[in-house]
Design a protein around this ligand. Structure first.
Ligand SMILES: C[S@@+](CC[C@H](N)C(=O)[O-])C[C@H]1O[C@@H](n2cnc3c(N)ncnc32)[C@H](O)[C@@H]1O
Length: 276
């Protein structure tokens, strides 16, 4: 079945980690969320889909305009968290469902397809984006944000670089394989959207500074839950593990300021229109 590996992944420990770290992630990603939701500019009379909505932060943000927002995701634990948050706010203009966005049978009555980092995980991105286009009205629009390559994302890659000498060699990976950096190549993103029938494609670099922790210890916490530091904790033991953690701690400490540990992120803010 298509996207099976990702369905397993996001319903396993990764989904639980994102639920546990939801408040933290939303705080850290706020500068990028604000850029993307401002660009989406959802309106009260509109219908939107939030693809890979996860724990629902951007679904709720888009719905604050009064628009009807449907959050779709394959992760049951993350959607449970999203539903709880919507209920706490008493919102009746949001809905969530366990849905593979790539294969859902859509009706063409949506104004906006939106995503914050939820569209880089499709086995067949061209088929997925063609299918998503079927959800849009003829004048509907697409707005999403995705990561540039790791080297443009020191907020994540400096921990990886610091830990690398201590970790066993990882095998070479296909840079376009489903995962957070699958859309790092701007030409590839353009090709996906172009082939899927979108027009007026814009792929703009956005490079905000993220606060990855109020201090080094909080930054270490999240780096240990996601990304390369998680490998340190799961694959190393004893002294080597301590040495790797010290190296990561020292690398993060270089970026500690009065406002927390601050590091640059690099993302693409992508917009396009339906071409029907
Ligand atoms: C990096 S997380 C981002 C979550 C959320 N948008 C956020 O910014 O907090 C990626 C999300 O995409 C979802 N996802 C991956 N493949 C999907 C698919 N085929 N259909 C719907 N959601 C998918 C995952 O379950 C996960 O919630």
């Amino acid at each position: 079945m298509s996207n099976e590996a990702q369905i397993d992944f996001w319903n396993g420990p990764a989904g639980d980690v994102w639920v546990e770290a939801q408040e933290y992630m939303d705080r850290m990603l706020a500068p990028l969320s604000e850029l993307a939701t401002a660009r989406a500019a959802s309106q009260a009379n509109e219908r939107a889909i939030d693809v890979g909505c996860g724990c629902g932060a951007t679904t709720l943000a888009l719905a604050s305009s009064g628009s009807s927002v449907w959050g779709v995701d394959i992760s049951e634990p993350m959607l449970a968290q999203a539903k709880t948050r919507a209920k706490q706010r008493g919102l009746n203009n949001v809905a969530f469902s366990v849905t593979d966005a790539a294969s859902q049978n859509y009706t063409p009555d949506h104004d906006l397809v939106f995503s914050r980092f939820g569209v880089m995980f499709f086995d067949d991105p061209k088929a997925a984006f063609s299918n998503l286009r079927q959800s849009l009205k003829p004048d509907g629009r697409l707005v999403f944000i995705c990561w540039q390559k790791p080297a443009e994302n020191p907020w994540m890659s400096i921990a990886g670089r610091a830990a690398q000498p201590f970790l066993p060699e990882g095998g070479a990976q296909d840079p376009k394989a489903p995962g957070p950096f699958a859309f790092a190549d701007r030409d590839w993103v353009r090709e996906i959207l172009d082939t899927s029938g979108y027009r007026d494609i814009s792929i703009e670099p956005v490079t905000p500074v993220l606060t990855v922790g109020k201090d080094v210890e909080e930054a270490m916490y999240i780096q240990g839950r996601i990304g390369p530091m998680a490998r340190v904790l799961s694959e190393l033991e004893g002294d080597v593990r301590e040495q790797a953690m010290s190296a990561v701690r020292a690398a993060l400490a270089e970026h500690e300021t009065d406002a927390g540990v601050q590091l640059r992120a690099g993302a693409w803010l992508v917009t396009a229109c339906n071409s029907d």
